[in-house]
Design a protein around this ligand. Structure first.
Ligand code: ADP
Ligand code: MG
Length: 454
């Protein structure tokens, strides 16, 4: 009956990428067109959301081009009627899956709008899950929203990559803007601040640059760790900082570490940035991760079994960005394969991208690489020596063996030449604690991992 839908689809197919077409349109159908009330059948609520936000105009114009009156477009989930639509016999090659997945991840992460404020509307407080890993930072954020430029000024937020710094500070910006549309806010990564500054100076527009910043009510600087060692631009930033501060304008700065741990930062600037305290975002605990995944599923309108959520939460131990990405992969794969996320996991079709699984390595290799990194022989490192650097190297080796290969503490004890496993437990704990504040150590471990897998 609705052959016309084929024509509409053909037109849409011309206008978007093949990957997008097959992801979002291949399994749609036209259910009704009566009185201009268009009803389109789709797979699930996630597809509805995507089609509504991204393709409504395109669908409307393609319908109109096919002489269909369009007063309103509604979507209806059809998959319940045809649960076996993607029967298990359908062969989806890994190659195809990969290409589709890439598009899927890209589209689900694409920013919605970016205004002259530099803020992206997708980052809100409402979709920022509060947990033990971030509750202090969030309550500070809330008090800034209530009274900008007062108690937490400057607001300094730090933590490792993918833990929500950008999200939280942009959410503050969006919330301030929602409460007062006239407020002048600018969000900028420090790298952009510099390139704008350098451009302005080069084009003789230094004064305008100055004016633009000095009339702000709230300045949000992201990724401060990339501050450059150039005196002039650091000085410029310092001046703007001071001027805004004097005027009680809110300043918000994020960084992956404390200012005192960034080598190139001027001491005065470093101490001023943390005048009002420094707030950190930590790695989410198991419960935090589950809560984030549940919220995400809810927002995307996707049903996922609690056991599947727990499986993902248990297996992603890096950061929230990776958690999200793993979640998207599983949802997407389960859709394509016609299985629920848990069925997919139970089938053993999910391998969470742990480096160890991707790039196999042996305990021996890890021990060797760590020793080499610290300029020690394996024998020295695995000795009983209590000399500080040797002990640290040994503990780093324990830590990496545990995180990368998930070896038992007994096995680790064997590998690094210590007698009992409580020493190993203690060593791993020590590194975990140190990592929270010691960013040099964090960098070292990253470098060692690169050497192991690189
Ligand atoms: P960072 O700036 O620290 O590297 P981001 O702010 O970019 O990290 O966060 C990485 C991803 O994780 C983003 O997609 C963000 O929305 C998400 N995210 C981080 N923390 C949370 C949270 N508490 N609740 C919901 N999503 C979060
Ligand atoms: Mg960021």
């Amino acid at each position: 009956m609705f052959d016309v839908w084929k024509n509409v689809l053909a037109e849409i197919e011309q206008k978007i990428s093949p990957a997008n077409y097959s992801t979002w349109f291949a399994e749609t159908s036209l259910l009704s067109t009566e009185n201009g009330e268009i009803k389109i059948g789709v797979k699930n609520s996630f597809h509805i959301k995507q089609l509504k936000t991204r393709y409504l105009d395109l669908i409307t114009s393609a319908l109109k081009n096919n002489n269909i009156t369009v007063n309103n477009i509604a979507f209806e989930i059809q998959s319940l009627n045809k649960p076996k639509k993607y029967s298990r016999e359908i062969v989806v090659t890994d190659e195809l899956l990969k290409t589709r997945l890439k598009t899927f991840q890209k589209t689900s992460q694409e920013p919605t709008t970016t205004k002259h404020t530099g803020l992206n509307e997708k980052y809100t407080l409402a979709n920022f899950v509060v947990g033990s890993n971030n509750d202090l930072a969030v309550s500070a954020a809330k008090s800034i929203i209530d009274a900008p430029g007062t108690r937490f000024n400057p607001f300094f937020l730090y933590g490792g990559p993918g833990l929500g710094k950008t999200h939280l500070v942009q959410a503050i910006g969006n919330e301030l803007l929602a409460r007062n549309p006239d407020i002048k806010i600018l969000y900028t990564p420090i790298a952009d601040f510099y390139s704008d500054f350098i451009d302005a100076v080069r084009n003789g527009k230094g004064k305008e640059f100055n004016r633009k910043f000095r009339k702000l009510d709230c300045l949000i600087i992201d990724d401060f760790q990339f501050i450059m060692n150039k005196e002039q631009s650091q000085e410029e930033f310092f001046n703007i900082f001071n001027d805004l501060y004097q005027l009680n304008k809110q300043i918000i700065v994020t960084s992956d570490r404390l200012p005192s741990q960034i080598k190139s930062v001027d001491e005065r600037l470093a101490s001023r940035l943390t005048w009002a305290g420094a707030f950190d975002l930590q790695l989410p605990k198991f419960e935090d991760k589950c809560a984030i995944l549940r919220t995400k599923a809810e927002l995307m309108g996707y049903e996922i079994e609690p056991e599947a959520i727990e499986y993902i939460a248990e297996n992603v131990n890096t950061n929230i960005r990776d958690l999200e990405s793993e979640f998207s992969t599983i949802i997407f794969t389960s859709e394509v394969r016609g299985l629920t996320p848990l069925e997919l996991i139970n089938k053993g079709s999910v391998s969470i991208n742990r480096p160890s699984k991707l790039r196999p390595t042996s305990p021996k290799q890890i021990v060797e690489k760590v020793a080499k990194y610290y300029n020690l022989s394996v024998k020295e490192m695995c000795s009983k020596s209590r000399v500080a650097n040797i002990k640290t190297a040994r503990q780093v080796a324990m830590f990496i063996l545990s995180k990368e290969l998930t070896l038992s503490t007994n096995k680790i004890a064997n590998e690094v030449g210590v007698k009992d496993h409580t020493t190993v437990m203690h060593g791993i704990k020590k590194i975990e604690t140190d990592l929270k504040l010691n960013f040099t150590l964090r960098d070292q471990i990253e470098e060692i991992k690169e050497k192991i897998y690189g």
